[in-house]
Design a protein around this ligand. Structure first.
Ligand code: G3P
Length: 220
């Protein structure tokens, strides 16, 4: 499986990259806008922190296929290994089709329905990103979407992977991975929830207390 951190915060990347088994960093326009650094400055800084093997994701803003293709090519000049996120709207499906014919890796984003995801996959997207919590917030069932989409990809388009997004809790992430999603991206908050375990901390503190009582110094 592939785990990504959904952030543009360089301090957080610096903190969590050495700890988490991450495959790369995802961003979206809100996340980039929130950080305040334009992609031309941000992407090289993230690349410098995560090294040459990591996969980075950035999204186009254009609304026509032609303009999306143009932006995708410009983004790839900023980072030649970038996976370009393209909204899976009609113009976006067209852009994914054209970019995939040129060998450019894309992710079909803002997936709210299984057929929408399958079309983006069939058009050539390497990844499709269902928005789990946003689907729930719009009266749907985000987890059910991931289950159905994964079944359809397995049956009809196994070259495309789900990169599930929009999580609020580690249990949502676990459920998506159990449904077969090959990749997930989590916010720094969800990542921290995944890392923290008060019960494990308490268990280790008990070991330390027993050790200190017998040997004093806490080392083997
Ligand atoms: O990048 C897309 C996804 O992470 C959006 O998540 O939390 O804004 O619904 P959220």
């Amino acid at each position: 499986m592939e785990l990504y951190l959904d952030t543009s915060d360089l301090k957080i990347i610096e903190e969590l990259w050495p700890i988490l088994p991450l495959s790369g960093i995802t961003t979206n326009p809100s996340i980039v806008a929130c950080g305040g650094l334009p992609l031309g400055e941000l992407l090289p800084k993230i690349r410098a922190l995560v090294g040459p093997e990591a996969t980075l994701f950035a999204q186009v803003l254009a609304r026509t296929s032609e303009a999306m293709i143009d932006e995708a090519l410009r983004l790839r000049e900023l980072d030649p290994k970038l996976v370009v996120k393209i909204p899976a709207l009609p113009a976006g499906i067209g852009a994914i089709k054209a970019l995939s014919a040129r060998g450019i890796a894309t992710l079909g984003t803002a997936i709210f329905a299984p057929m929408q995801g399958l079309l983006a996959a069939q058009a050539g997207a390497r990844y499709v990103a269902p928005y789990v919590t946003s689907v729930d917030a719009n009266g749907g069932d985000g987890l059910e979407l991931v289950r159905n989409l994964q079944r359809m990809l397995d049956l009809h388009c196994p070259s495309c992977s789900i990169l599930a997004a929009s999580f609020r809790t580690p249990v949502q992430v676990m459920e998506c991975l159990l449904a077969g999603a090959k990749a997930v991206t989590v916010s720094p908050d969800t990542a921290r929830q995944m890392l923290v375990s008060p019960a494990a901390e308490a268990a280790i503190e008990r070991f330390e207390a027993a050790w200190s009582k017998s040997f004093g110094k806490l080392s083997v």
